[in-house]
Design a protein around this ligand. Structure first.
Ligand SMILES: [Zn+2]
Length: 288
């Protein structure tokens, strides 16, 4: 059963390790990361194998720290036909950085990743979708840092971040010199409330038929459905960070069934990368 639609979905991966869960007291500091056992190579390669099996190109947002440590992983993803983008360097929440710290972090990760793949990196996604009303400089700094598009706006309330907006479809943001395209994380309204069925805890929690129906609804509204996963989400055996019961549920529910769910999603829909979507939709840059 395959759903053909003129508007494609986008499948994205935030390439980071199991200890990069944000905003819990036990989140380790960057200085500790090196000493922790890593699971990212094994889990990300499992995702790459699944993408190969389904002949899907994904958009891979590499944390700069991961790219620096595992350059072969970045090269492999690029060689296997995926878009390589940036998830910043140090996985700090945007609203916990100054504009200058944010700019430096975004530039650093772009340079590291571009040096590995040998081509320009155009996309950015912030840690925890953490651009909010308290970071009004966000888009201007990303433009200055050399990015062409962003996918960090989460248009629904969430634990960290969330930006209240009715712009659910991709849109162009005008800057001082040039602009940038924003691909908000996909939400759709259920009982009047915007909800994201396409990544994180809800993707793992909800049954596949509901995710499929919500994806069809989004596509019928002329918007791409942007899915997002982390390599740790297909690995029920990864180590756990201590956290309260609510966060533990959100972070770890249904890890054992997520790979199967991703496989069904990849079977049922057609996918573009962010870059190919922009190429197919030149109207998105018409503000320039
Ligand atoms: Zn992240």
């Amino acid at each position: 059963m395959s759903q053909k639609s003129p508007i494609k979905c986008i499948f994205s991966v935030d390439v980071e390790d199991w200890f990069h869960i944000l905003d819990v007291q036990s989140t380790p500091e960057l200085s500790e990361w090196e000493s922790l056992p890593s699971h990212v190579e094994k889990n990300f390669r499992r995702l790459l194998d699944l993408f190969s099996e389904k002949k899907v190109s994904a958009s891979c947002f590499f944390l700069g720290w991961i790219a620096e440590k595992y350059p072969d992983l970045v090269k492999e993803a690029s060689d296997r036909g995926h878009e390589i983008a940036s998830h910043g360097y140090s996985h700090k929440l945007v609203y916990q950085m100054t504009a200058e710290e944010f700019f430096n972090d975004a530039v650093k990760s772009r340079h590291i990743i571009e040096n590995i793949v040998g081509r320009p990196v155009s996309g950015y996604r912030s840690a925890g979708f953490s651009t909010t009303v308290s970071t009004p400089w966000f888009f201007e700094k990303l433009i200055e840092a050399g990015y062409q598009y962003d996918s960090s706006v989460f248009p629904a309330p969430r634990g960290h971040g969330g930006l209240k907006t009715n712009d659910f479809a991709p849109y162009f943001v005008k800057g001082n010199e040039r602009g940038i395209i924003e691909f908000p994380i996909t939400v759709t309204k259920l009982f009047g409330k915007p909800l994201c069925f396409f990544g994180g805890g809800y993707l793992r929690l909800f049954p596949y038929f509901l995710i499929r129906n919500m994806t069809l609804k989004v596509l019928s509204e002329g918007r791409p459905a942007v899915f997002y996963v982390h390599p740790r989400e297909i690995d029920p055996a990864h180590p756990r960070l201590p956290m309260n019961i609510i966060r533990r549920f959100k972070s770890y529910v249904n890890l054992s069934t997520t790979k199967g769910k991703i496989s069904q999603i990849l079977d049922d829909f057609e996918f573009a990368t962010f870059e190919s979507f922009v190429n197919d939709h030149p109207e998105l840059t018409q503000g320039e």
